[in-house]
Design a protein around this ligand. Structure first.
Ligand code: HEM
Length: 435
């Protein structure tokens, strides 16, 4: 390995080469190495090209993501995402990213997002009806697929609004391949990019008969840069595709894990149900439950779920210029990896880290360092959809727990599948009892 890093302190790390990437082998190695090498260590990559650092010291995480964010670009592993999402804001960099983020940000303001609350509420009422019919059969229900379909519809409706029926032909939704096809390989990427053409047709439709539209696409079409320029056609398509993928899979995985954790923790489930029973559903449909103190426990349960199973479990960055992180000197070109999965279970910052205990978020004493909890990342590249995701998850759980009591219907605990997204490998089977 080229010695691109010089350190005051001897650098520790595994002696064998290992290609760090979004896969199960990496997650289990990161966990093992954390025990062996601590918060900062170096891993030799197989191709001998770049120095790879793994960083789980929250103060250094803060420096990378916030303090020195300008020195770190998105890193390895993003190539696969780029094939899927073109140059959307998840992967773009520099001035182009700054411009696109500025153009998109107003659409994610709380007041603007409030326009979607009614739609999110309706989708969950529809889903509850489907689950009710299923509950009557007494058969276990695989909820991860159900939720994935529902969050896909929600993100599509938030983007296309009244034009949503034009992309679903009858009951067949061409974007369903996102929920039906688990692989994220090149073949999938090619099929997914073809959907870009469908998005383009919709944009043509909007442009041929302009009218105000309070959906993400409407906001994007109306957005103008400081120089008064609109987004290019390609940029629009890439951003739409980015929102579809980023806004759907992450939320779906988080909710699937939440169902598992709630189903196996009856005391927590009862407390949630008692809170759900007190909610004014009409009010929930208007405000999404924001700032409703009765729903604070729902947020604690969601936060605790995201702690144990953060969908974005591996962040990667590449150093643009030399930097120093603590006692370590990082040279330009070095790859950096931060795993929220490891940070969120770090014993120095969490009491009984393996225990599902939402109360820790009510007490406000944990984590011992703010940057030991980063399910939505932090700094300029933090998740633009955090608030929308929290609303979706809260509204979903309130509706469903009001109607059903879940029990876990699988003899084995779920296995994790760690690709770009951390999801349950074989779904989550629940027995639902109507209340
Ligand atoms: C539980 C749900 C979600 C989780 C855990 C999550 C997590 C994350 C994380 C960790 C990042 C940063 C990735 C990095 O720095 O490498 C991110 C970025 C992003 N997320 Fe989310 N996300 C969620 C929901 C959403 C939703 C609902 C949307 C949109 C509707 C969304 C859109 C985005 C976008 C566009 C970015 C890139 C932002 C940028 O780089 O400027 N996410 N998300």
């Amino acid at each position: 390995m080229s010695n691109s890093l010089s350190d005051v302190r001897p650098v520790v790390g595994p002696s064998a080469c290992f290609p760090i990437g979004p896969d199960d082998a990496t997650r289990s190695m990161l966990w093992r190495w954390h025990g062996a090498f601590g918060d900062v260590y170096r891993v030799q990559s197989e191709d001998n090209a770049d120095a790879s650092w793994v960083i789980h010291d929250p103060a250094l995480v803060q420096k990378i993501l916030v303090g020195h964010a300008a020195n770190y670009r998105k890193g390895a592993g993003l190539d696969r995402v780029r094939i899927l999402l073109g140059n959307g804001i998840m992967v773009s960099e520099g001035e182009f990213w700054t411009r696109q983020r500025r153009l998109l940000q107003p659409a994610f303001r709380p007041r603007t997002l409030a326009d979607f609350n009614g739609m999110i509420d309706q989708e969950n009422r529809r889903l509850a009806e489907r689950w009710r019919m299923h509950a009557e059969t007494g058969q276990p229900l695989e909820v991860a697929a159900q939720i994935s379909e529902s969050t896909l519809v929600i993100v599509l409706k938030s983007i296309f609004g009244a034009d949503y029926p034009y992309i679903v032909e009858g009951e067949s939704n061409p974007f369903s391949l996102l929920t039906e096809e688990p692989e994220r390989n090149l073949r999938f990427a090619a099929r997914f990019r073809r959907l870009g053409r469908l998005v383009e047709q919709l944009i043509d439709r909007r442009e041929s008969a302009p009218r105000p539209a309070f959906d993400f696409l409407g906001h994007m079409l109306a957005a103008r840069s400081r120089a008064g320029e609109a987004m290019s056609r390609k940029a629009l398509i890439d951003e739409v595709m980015t929102l579809i993928v980023a806004g759907h899979e992450t939320t779906a995985s988080a909710l699937a894990w939440a169902w598992y954790l709630i189903a196996v923790n009856p005391v927590i489930r009862e407390r949630l149900q008692a809170a759900a029973d007190r909610v004014d559903l009409d009010q929930l449909g208007r405000d999404g439950g924001h700032r409703n103190p009765d729903l604070a426990y729902f947020d604690a349960v969601i936060n605790e779920t995201l702690r144990l199973y953060p969908p974005g479990w591996l962040l990667s960055r590449r150093a643009v210029a030399d930097d120093s992180l603590g006692e370590h000197r990082i040279e330009a070109g070095a790859q950096l990896f931060i795993s929220p999965y490891v940070l969120h279970r770090h014993p120095d910052y969490w009491r009984a880290p393996e225990t599902f205990d939402p109360a820790r978020f009510e007490q406000g004493e944990e984590p011992a360092h703010r940057f030991a909890y980063i399910p939505f990342a932090a700094g300029p590249r933090h998740c633009i959809g955090e608030q929308m995701a929290m609303t979706e998850m809260r509204v979903h759980l309130v509706h469903m727990l009001r109607r059903f009591t879940p029990s876990y219907a699988d003899p084995h605990p779920p296995q994790m599948e760690s690709h770009i997204n951390l999801r349950p490998a074989d779904g989550i089977y629940l027995q639902l009892a109507a209340r």
